[in-house]
Design a protein around this ligand. Structure first.
Ligand SMILES: Nc1ncnc2c1ncn2[C@@H]1O[C@H](COP(=O)(O)OP(=O)(O)OP(=O)(O)O)[C@@H](O)[C@H]1O
Ligand SMILES: [Mg+2]
Length: 376
């Protein structure tokens, strides 16, 4: 475990970048440092691998003060990833990734085969191995940066805004990849970002810092969204934290109705039997059970159902897997106010009304109350 114990960093010009910061960074999980520009995130990260030395306080790695450890040994146990990857422009991708193993004296072939293995792990096609960094997209370069940091298999990864320079779609892919890698390899990751959504998505624990290098709150993301410690944290979380908090509640308990679903080849009897007063709409599926759209039962004529005339079904959520936020989103996007749940193959698993989702949300809130301030 990394323990930051009342650490202050005062730069020579008098700037206090970090002010009496204390944090316990748990092993084998992602801890995010988040906060506005200049609040001391990078300084904190760099103190962990001694690129910057604290003015006061101590940082302990597995109980040992990092100042007591040889700096080379310390850095070897910590991969470092920065924005724009910071790759060596004159080296090929495979040799960039093999940098640290080569420095550690591994043979060229062993180091390169390790590099190729890591390319696969971070989702890079093997055909890119011999290219140079300028021949890769920003997102691909960032993956190389992650692979390079992992090359010597360090237990700790320090990541400083690694995904800030890429567009939102690529960024989401990189975040998902990082979560997968974390799950597979169990690294201890300290991740810096100024994006609260990224922090909430990636962090097992999130440290919100404020200008002046002070800790505002250190909590799991669901706790942060439920009970922000003060106005600063609440403002930093943004306006829709209530909705975002729903991401932490599973949709698994929602009662799905399967009655109001008919296939496109439904008979008149089936249409009549499945449409009822409680369910004003029927969901029509294709012959494989994939949703096509909604219709009022009286607008459906057996043998003459035209998929293009159905009402759109919004964005379905995956039953048992997605959160209440996804279910609510599905219902809000659907003109009927009903959300469609699908299985892993995209086949309709059931439908659920906004009202039922609302009841589930109220139930979830009752089980995990939000702070009284939330009402303001
Ligand atoms: N070498 C230095 N000398 C003097 N002041 C510094 C030095 N490096 C950083 N600072 C100051 O320390 C404070 C914290 O800087 P730091 O880089 O840690 O912030 P940050 O949270 O990473 O910001 P950003 O989100 O913009 O990257 C800032 O006020 C910065 O100007
Ligand atoms: Mg920074």
């Amino acid at each position: 475990m990394i323990r930051i114990d009342s650490v202050t960093k005062r730069y020579p010009d008098g700037t206090v970048a970090v002010d009496r910061l204390s944090l316990e960074i748990p092993d084998r999980s992602i801890t995010v440092l988040v906060g506005p520009s200049g609040c001391g995130k990078t300084t904190t990260l760099r103190m962990i691998n001694r690129m910057v030395e604290p003015s006061e306080g101590r940082i302990l790695l597995d109980g040992v003060d990092i100042m007591q450890q040889p700096v080379n040994t310390l850095r070897r146990s910590m991969g470092y990833v920065i924005q724009n990857a910071g790759l060596f422009q004159h080296r090929t991708i495979v040799d960039n990734i093999a940098t640290v193993p080569r420095m550690l004296g591994w043979g060229k072939d062993v180091a390169r085969s390790r590099a190729r293995e890591l390319m696969e792990r971070v989702g890079l096609d093997a055909s890119l191995a011999k290219r140079y960094p300028y021949q890769l997209s920003g997102g691909q370069q960032q993956r190389v940066g992650v692979a390079r940091a992992l090359a010597a298999d360090p237990p700790v990864l320090l990541m400083d805004e690694p995904f800030s320079a890429v567009d939102p779609v690529v960024r989401k892919g990189l975040q998902d990849e990082l979560l997968r890698i974390q799950e597979e390899l169990g690294k201890t990751i300290v991740f810096v970002t100024h994006d609260i959504d990224e922090a909430v998505k990636l962090g097992t624990m999130v440290a919100v810092m404020r200008t002046g290098g002070r800790l505002a709150q250190f909590a799991p993301p669901a706790e942060l969204l439920s009970n922000p410690a003060d106005d600063f944290v609440e403002d930093f979380l943004g306006a829709d934290r209530g909705i975002r908090r729903l991401s932490f509640f599973p949709s698994a308990g929602l009662e799905l109705l399967t009655t109001p679903i008919v296939a496109v080849d439904a008979t008149a009897e089936q249409i009549a039997a499945r449409g009822s007063a409680d369910v004003p709409y029927l969901l029509v599926t294709d012959l494989d059970g994939r949703p096509l759209g909604w219709s009022e039962p009286r607008d459906l004529t057996a043998g003459q159902i035209e998929p293009e005339r159905l009402l759109p079904y919004g964005r379905p959520f995956v039953a048992e897997r997605d959160s209440l936020r996804a279910a609510l989103d599905g219902a809000v996007l659907s003109p009927t106010g009903w959300a469609v749940a699908v299985d892993g193959e995209g086949r309709a698993a059931g439908v659920v009304s906004q009202q039922t989702i609302g009841e589930a949300i109220r139930g979830a809130h009752a089980a995990a109350p939000v702070d009284a301030k939330a009402g303001r």
